[in-house]
Design a protein around this ligand. Sequence first.
Ligand code: SDX
Length: 398
Amino acid sequence: MSDTASHTASDVPPAPAPAPATPPPFRPGLEGVPATQSAICDIDGRQGQLTYRGFDTAILAAQSTFLETAYLLIWGDLPTAVQLREFEHEVQMHRRVSFRIRDMMKSFPAQGHPMDALQASAASLGLFYSRRALDNPEYIYGAVVRLLAKIPTMVAAFQLIRKGQDPIQPRDDLPYAANFLYMLTEREPDPLAARIFDACLIIHSEHSLNASTFSARVTASTLTDPYAVVASAVGTLAGPLHGGANEDVLAMLEAIGSPDQVEPWLDRAIAERQKIMGFGHREYKVKDPRAVILQSLAEQLFDRFGHDPLYDLACALERAAAERLGPKGIYPNVDFYSGLVYRKLGIPRDLFTPIFAIARTAGWLAHWKEQLGANRIFRPSQIYTGSLPRQWQPLDAR
Ligand code: SDX
């Protein structure tokens, strides 16, 4: 019998494991590392251009509506008139939120931050619609409609509840943006204010793989329900380096006080290596195109409803920062002027980020659906920098 024949499989030495591929270099914050492929949004950070499914956001902000843009982001094409009418009707029919959720919100501390209230109430939707049929287009459509419809209602509800009032029901005769402002202020908004608010929702609705959208995709990749996906993203957006900056910008402008204080304040902040809120961006190395649009919207509001001196201060800060930080590619981002728009609309400051979340729910849902279409659970590697193997030491020996 030949040698080879007398050997059993267990005698054959295992083939050497292939040499591990050289891991890509560690990039803090995954800067510049593609973590997914996506067809939803493209950013040209050098030219300052932003497109949703190939459409320029400046055109969408001027010509479209938030729900039409949400449809485009989620399903990839602009809807026909029939598709849009049906989508708007479905969203309108699902605006109401269960009394159980409203009662839960009444138990929240009034001084709690509205983003925490939103994260809790968004997650609670999963208790009512827990069936996960992620391969069923009707389930996907239903989840999209419910989240787009109910997130604004929950933001407005907490605002009234924390004032000790009962939330008011949505008005079916008002379009999306106007209905939110109505539920928030208990007054039907001026048509121009509603139109400008709708445009704000459009330009905040999507921005490729920002931190909260990355959270959404990671959470989606585990095949959990879409309500958990949105709750995960809301928690991420709340941070001051992300969606929370819009609140801080107004506080910063008020701290500066007047345009003649801008330069000394800025020189001090830069010397102390402070991050200037509303400035800088991982992608844009020029002025965020959304900041340009928001400035125009702010000026339209000021023309109609009266000027805001903080705007002059903001423009002075932008000019001074361009000299000092422009060479580093640090310019205003989306959060720099948005607060001035919302302030003129009479929206409380700590609702600026929840409004960002209302808009970005469209983008999160688009990425949730795209992730499901070609899913692989996110599980990146790491570079271990901890201790080498050590021996256990009992307590009395330490
Ligand atoms: C949003 O990703 C998205 O798309 C987000 C968003 C979206 O639509 O989803 O656009 C929304 O989050 C807008 C950003 C809102 N946050 C802020 O305005 C907070 C202030 N900005 C920064 O914290 C900062 O600019 C970030 C977080 C937005 C981006 O940070 P990066 O890309 O990680 O840059 P970095 O912190 O590594 O800084 C690089 C350099 C540093 O200088 P050096 O140490 O190299 O000398 O730039 C400096 C930073 O000090 N720098 C700033 C600055 N931002 C960066 N210096 C002063 N002020 C700033 N705002």
